[in-house]
Design a protein around this ligand. Structure first.
Ligand SMILES: [Zn+2]
Length: 447
């Protein structure tokens, strides 16, 4: 009978608080072979040819299993065909294996699941990021795939832009209270100078003078306002925006309108949407509050409210702060949209797309004042997911249908990422050449 080796793992202690271990028996210089390792605290390799953009560092000593010492000499980006472009991989002199750190993956809010056959690394949407196969001697080896999109890049500045130029304080709250899903464990510190933020003039939105929440549930009170007319027509030919804020959750809707006289029709259709979404009768809407704008004070509007049993409050002309909730929201959305558009030098006719995306992001990441919850959670009773958020205005590549392509035609068309579909998991893409917008899931966004 052949006895098994006592252990495949040897603990290695290194100075400056880095503890590493590697699968001693699995020493290999093959660049494509990487092992998942639960004991090393960082991804690491001994072969400089595996990495690109290496920043040389004097990082102290690493002691290997056989007692030999090696120096941590730098860190870089993994660059081997078929392997993910992992960032922040340590280069350790003399290390004879390539190791993927389980803890580094977990720090990025990924889930690593080991089974009898192999292992899988998933995000919280259960999308596979990396996969491994169990070898005959009980190690887990990373599978080579040309389609791996995982990079492990999680910089605060990137997320600042994904989340509509969210300020450090907002980012800090999201991380501290865990109110969204899919946000990696990053620092909440964002760069002090950001081109978009300078243009957007984002500042702390002043809080309401009201220090109490006066509503108990969604749809009890809706604040509505009309923003516009905007000088430049949107792609869809709209100039005005109806903004509607639910008082309890602060969930917000923006509807784009060509003529102010269409306000009533758009509001009525919004009410029908609430009815479907909440599965309630329209009479559930108790009160609406607006200013004295003509678009809200006309016969059609009054008849609609009467018929549906909605009480319509108008703020007195000299005290517009009574309607302050929606006005503050208006201002915040405009600032976000300005930051997002200017950060990417986008044409101003994309303003409606920017406002729409700002509203979408805001519902997901701006905490309702006096609570530790997002409007999304208060309205939908579940935490929002943000893993799929991308930077507004980024260049993107839409894959073309294969059957329409000639041998030498490009496989993709370049477009601009302009937000999220309201009713599906698709992204919205704008094409400059023919001034059109499409929704698609077959897109790579280069942000
Ligand atoms: Zn910014």
């Amino acid at each position: 009978m052949v006895s098994k080796p006592a252990s495949n793992y040897v603990w290695i202690k290194k100075e400056i608080s880095l503890y590493a271990a590697h699968t001693a028996r699995k020493t290999t210089l093959d660049r494509i072979i990487w092992y998942f390792d639960s004991d090393c605290s960082r991804h690491m390799t001994g072969n400089a040819k595996n990495l690109t953009n290496i920043h040389r560092e004097d990082g102290g000593q690493v002691t290997f299993g056989d007692g030999a010492k090696g120096a941590m000499i730098g860190r870089g980006v993994l660059k081997v065909d078929g392997l993910p472009k992992l960032k922040n991989v340590l280069l350790v002199n003399g290390l004879k294996a390539n190791l993927l750190s389980i803890s580094q993956l977990c720090d990025q809010n990924l889930y690593v699941r080991f089974t009898k056959e192999g292992c899988i690394v998933e995000d919280d949407e259960k999308q596979s990021m990396l996969e491994g196969t169990r070898t005959g001697d009980n190690c887990y080896k990373l599978n080579v795939s040309q389609h791996c999109k995982y990079t492990g890049e999680t910089t605060p500045q990137l997320w600042h832009k994904h989340l509509g130029h969210l300020h450090s304080r907002g980012m800090h709250k999201l991380l501290k209270y865990g109110v969204v899903r899919g946000l990696p464990a990053i620092s909440s510190k964002v760069e002090a100078v950001c081109k978009g933020c300078m243009a957007g003039k984002q500042h702390r939105t002043p809080h309401s003078a009201w220090k109490i929440i006066t509503t108990q549930q969604p749809l009890e009170l809706l604040h509505i306002d009309l923003m516009g007319p905007v000088q430049i027509e949107s792609i869809a030919g709209k100039r005005n925006v109806l903004v509607c804020v639910d008082d309890f959750s602060r969930f917000t809707w923006v509807e784009f309108i060509r003529e102010k006289s269409d306000t009533y029709k758009v509001f009525a259709s919004l009410c029908r949407r609430f009815m479907t979404e909440k599965n309630v009768s329209i009479g559930k809407i108790v009160r609406i509050r607006s200013d004295h704008g003509r678009e809200f004070e006309n016969n059609e509007f009054a008849q609609f409210c009467d018929k549906k049993g909605i009480s319509h409050e108008s703020s007195a002309p000299k005290t517009p702060q009574q309607n302050g909730v929606v006005e503050r929201k208006n201002r915040a959305l405009q600032e976000m949209a300005r930051a997002m558009t200017n950060s990417k030098n986008l044409p101003h006719k994309l303003w409606a797309e920017a406002v729409n995306t700002a509203c979408y992001i805001s519902n997901n990441v701006h905490l309702r004042y006096m609570t530790h919850k997002t409007p999304y959670e208060l309205w939908k009773r579940r935490k929002p997911k943000v893993h799929y958020f991308r930077e507004f205005g980024s260049t993107c590549y839409v894959l073309r249908e294969r059957e329409q392509l000639g041998k030498f035609d490009s496989r993709s068309i370049e477009g601009i990422f302009i937000g999220y579909s309201r009713n599906s998991h698709a992204y919205r893409v704008y094409f400059r050449n023919n001034n059109t917008i499409i929704k698609t899931v077959n897109v790579e966004i280069a942000d």
